[in-house]
Design a protein around this ligand. Structure first.
Ligand code: NAP
Length: 493
């Protein structure tokens, strides 16, 4: 019996995978399979359900440009609306029927020079001419290796596995972590708890969040006159671009923006937190931009509550009924919330084993020879492979900028493959090396190199101490190159 060889397998049914599937269908590839380890689509917006979850990029910008949603209820929509939007887009563009849920990919191998074999947990294998990975950046939850954590006898909840059936009322809880997730979660749960101790290792920069409900009249206007919402999107994208280019990428020449935002954040803190010692503890000691900042009007005031305590002494160990800090103090708790984020660099680049031409192992290559990917999508030695969550792929602040420039790259590349009647494509060593050199050079101007980042513990940096997550160019540059990269940067056969 001959085995079916699909046009493409896409791994991941979040916004990246949905965008890739839409683009492949537009290009005439209808024999697609989208594999998703979770029980439904939506990626991060399916997995994350913790109280307070909302987007913190304005929603008119944090959405596909070709599918505006006039009905966002707020400037920064709640998480459930993002999940509903993902479902709407997948159904409207008819890509949901290609998806298979609860399907965990163990690995993929480039076989016999012609197609990929994708190994699924349980033993099934799929074959495809094209493999696209859209497995996200923040998709492998990090569980802290704290001594004794396994002995804790109470309830343990990681924020990516929120369980609404757990009644938090009257509990004595601890939250470990003060990243963007904790900043949204803590104000929501604090009033319900008897006691809450927040364990902070690194303070986070928090600026005010200009959030507000979008009146129904405005929603109707957006529905009737899409141009009005497009104008709002353009303004939002422009502001994000300015922050990214001036505050992050050109920091060496534009320190003023970072300093001004730091001042804004410190004034926000001073206005919102009464106790000077608590204020001191909540003040970051690294440059704004080294680490992902956050936006909230409710996080700081939570620390004025009598039932909320901020602990900055490092955790020594966890016992069955509490947390002991290095000064020997034990805080008794019955509920432990892990807002400890994600592991990017050890387990997520790539999210599963990918073996290319001649047995080349993508994970080993990245770790041993630097994290790199041409235009954030292609790696030499990996034919017919498009890695959407690669080093230097994240462009701009809204993830949709990245997704849409990658969709554009895909269109230019696959049209050329068709035009040549080729069976395979692969990025050349030369083009990849030139791109890597250019990105490495550009980083020299960034906050990551020129800011004071040593104490930030930022996931923008990989295990080699290099900030290889964000593409250090403007989004305009990323879009332009996606539509105009030299076609002979790839080889075709
Ligand atoms: P995160 O930013 O990585 O924060 C994890 C937190 O846990 C940090 O405060 C970290 O401390 C702490 N931590 C980890 N291991 C620890 C340990 N062993 N002991 C003590 N503390 C420990 O993760 P996140 O808050 O889940 O956010 C991840 C990203 O998701 C955000 O940066 C953002 O990009 C995205 N996000 C977006 C939204 C939104 O758009 N609305 C909302 C939430 C999250 P250190 O800082 O010291 O490492």
């Amino acid at each position: 019996m001959t085995e079916t060889i699909h046009d493409a397998v896409i791994v991941g049914a979040g916004f990246g995978g949905i965008g890739a599937a839409i683009q492949l269908r537009r290009l005439g590839h209808d024999d697609l399979v989208v594999l998703e380890r979770e029980s439904d689509l939506g990626g991060t917006w399916h997995v994350n359900r913790y109280p307070g979850l909302a987007v913190d990029i304005p929603s008119s910008t944090y959405s596909y440009s070709f599918e505006p949603n006039p009905y966002w209820s707020r400037l920064y929509a709640p998480g459930a609306e993002l999940k509903a939007y993902a479902t709407h887009v997948a159904e409207k563009y008819d890509v949901r029927r290609h998806m298979r849920f609860d399907t965990v990919v163990d690995g993929a191998v480039w076989d016999d020079g012609k197609h990929w074999t994708v190994n699924i947990a349980g033993g099934e294998r799929l074959h495809a001419r094209l493999l696209l990975t859209a497995t996200g950046f923040l998709s492998q939850p990090a569980f802290p290796a704290i001594e004794g954590i396994d002995t804790f006898a109470g309830t343990v909840i990681h924020t990516t596995r929120w369980d609404d059936s757990i009644d938090l009322d009257g509990r004595r809880a601890a939250v470990i972590g003060t990243g963007a997730t904790a900043v949204q979660l803590i104000p929501e749960i604090a009033p319900r708890l008897a006691e809450l101790t927040v364990y902070q290792r690194t303070a986070i920069w928090v600026t005010p969040k200009g959030d507000r409900a979008i009146p129904q009249g405005v929603q109707k206007l957006y529905a009737r006159v899409p141009l009005a919402q497009r104008a709002v999107r353009t303004i939002g994208s422009g502001i994000l671009e300015l922050i990214m280019v001036a505050g992050v990428l050109k920091y060496r020449r534009a320190k003023l923006l970072n300093r001004s935002v730091e001042k804004l954040a410190l004034r926000h803190l001073a206005r919102q937190v009464k106790d000077p010692e608590t204020r001191r503890k909540l003040t970051p000691d690294y440059t704004f931009g080294c680490k992902r900042p956050t936006f909230s009007n409710t996080y700081f005031p939570t620390f004025n509550r009598a039932n909320v305590h901020l602990e900055t002494t490092p955790i020594a160990r966890i016992e069955p009924d509490g947390i002991v800090t290095e000064d020997g103090t034990k805080t008794e708790i019955d509920t432990l919330v892990l807002a400890t984020g994600f592991n990017l660099w050890d387990t997520n680049f790539p999210a599963f084993e990918v073996i290319g031409r001649g047995g080349k192992d993508l994970g080993k290559f990245w770790r041993e020879q630097q994290f790199q990917a041409y235009e954030g999508v292609a790696v030499p030695g990996f034919p017919n492979f498009v890695s959407l969550n690669s080093p230097y792929s994240y462009s701009g602040l809204s993830y949709f900028t990245t997704i849409e420039s990658q969709m554009k790259h895909l269109k230019r590349l696959l049209r050329e493959v068709d035009r040549r009647g080729a069976a395979t494509f692969e990025i050349t060593e030369r083009a990849n090396a030139e791109f890597l050199d250019r990105m490495t050079d550009r980083l020299e101007d960034s906050v990551f190199v020129n800011g004071s980042c040593a104490t930030s513990r930022s996931y923008y940096f990989n295990q080699h101490g290099m900030a290889t997550l964000l593409r250090p160019t403007s989004t305009i540059n990323a879009f332009r190159e996606a539509g105009s990269f030299p076609l002979d940067d790839y080889s075709y056969a």
